[in-house]
Design a binder for this molecule. Sequence first.
Ligand code: SDX
Length: 431
Amino acid sequence: MTDTTKSATLTINNQQIDLPVHSPTAGPDVVDIGKLYAQGGVFTYDPGYTSTASCQSAITFIDGDKGELLHRGYPIDQLAGKSHYLEVCYLLMYGELPKAEALEDFEARVTRHTMVHEQMHNFFRGFRRDAHPMATMVGVVGAMSAFYHDSTDINDPWQREVAAIRLIAKVPTIAAMAYKYSVGQPFVYPRNDLDYASNFLRMCFSVPAEDYEVNPILSRAMDRIFTLHADHEQNASTSTVRLASSSGANPFACVAAGIACLWGPAHGGANQACLEMLREIGTVDRIPEFIARAKDKDDPFRLMGFGHRVYKNFDPRAKVMKQSADEVLGLLGIENNDTLKVAVELEKIALEDPYFVEKKLYPNVDFYSGIILDAMGFPTSMFTPIFALARTVGWVSQWKEQIADPALKIGRPRQLYTGETFRDYVDVENR
Ligand code: SDX
């Protein structure tokens, strides 16, 4: 735990309770309420955890006011521009940028774990062809615990390491298989002579009928999209993984829980919902109609890809993603993409509208990602599986950090109860 020289005093029910205050290396001080119920007989109440730190972590730091995202201290724009996804994976997992030899060893270990057990192919055939690939991924990733028993003992540091590598290596293969199954094409095995992003693109788009050459523009853009989605502090899906792992559940089951949580349109499902929204808007002249709907309290419609719990300025990932969208579409010769035009105009109009300015709503990571993925040839149903693929290293890194903490306790929140107090059972004839 960090420095706790400071304290806070809570006065409640005529009782003064001193609470220790922890000072982080960056970000706001944290009031430790761990002993509050024992000392004062009261709970705190914070649905949605808007003011609550669930853990201490050294992996990712976000300053929502400055629009800053650091992975082990390195800013996301520098990592996206100078690093590559597997190096970022190493950084998130082990805390430092690797020397050349360590990086080569890590990449070789991941590469050698990209195949899945051949019997896992049978799982896919149990799903309807039109199943959403996220449904398939939740099922098949969870089923990894039925195949890789030699890396499910969370008390064995070596098994934790193997499980982490297996998840980083195999989730792309499973995501590609989910896509291939959904389009009725044969699965494509990974190849060890391809880099991580190129391997994924080839497993998705290669067919037996002809050779497939990976476009280096697309593989670089794919790798950058993975990097931009790698980790993001204690977001909903990462918190799900942490809560699941606090019970001692195996890492494959925990990551499957994270995938399930990410699927929601308020979270990772927003990239699919955003592109579908941009297509529904269709043309620039219809933007005001949708802006009005987003502002209408009686209309549940929200601008997908806009707003964030933490970023109250810009999402630094969205800035990099927009640059990448311009670059990729330009290099592919589709810069006249109508969807991109609608997105750029929508962003401009929204950022000048008092409603969005006052509520500090800016484009988030999901606003432009779908435009690039669409240009690469992915259906919208594959957008969130790609987010899940990229976020696996974040889930795994946060899981490893939590499991290694000797102070780990099972997560078990309390509640503000508003139901009936004690009453006796009434027989049906007397009701
Ligand atoms: C991700 O947590 C993470 O880090 C997530 C993520 C990651 O990398 O893990 O960054 C990935 O999930 C990005 C967010 C993707 N989701 C969307 O784009 C869906 C649309 N956005 C919203 O649903 C919303 O902005 C959230 C869920 C992202 C944030 O919700 P909050 O923090 O709970 O904010 P809120 O719902 O309380 O909104 C505050 C106000 C509300 O108005 P009032 O009730 O105060 O009058 O802003 C309004 C909201 O109605 N608002 C929006 C809006 N988002 C918030 N109004 C219109 N359009 C929107 N998009």
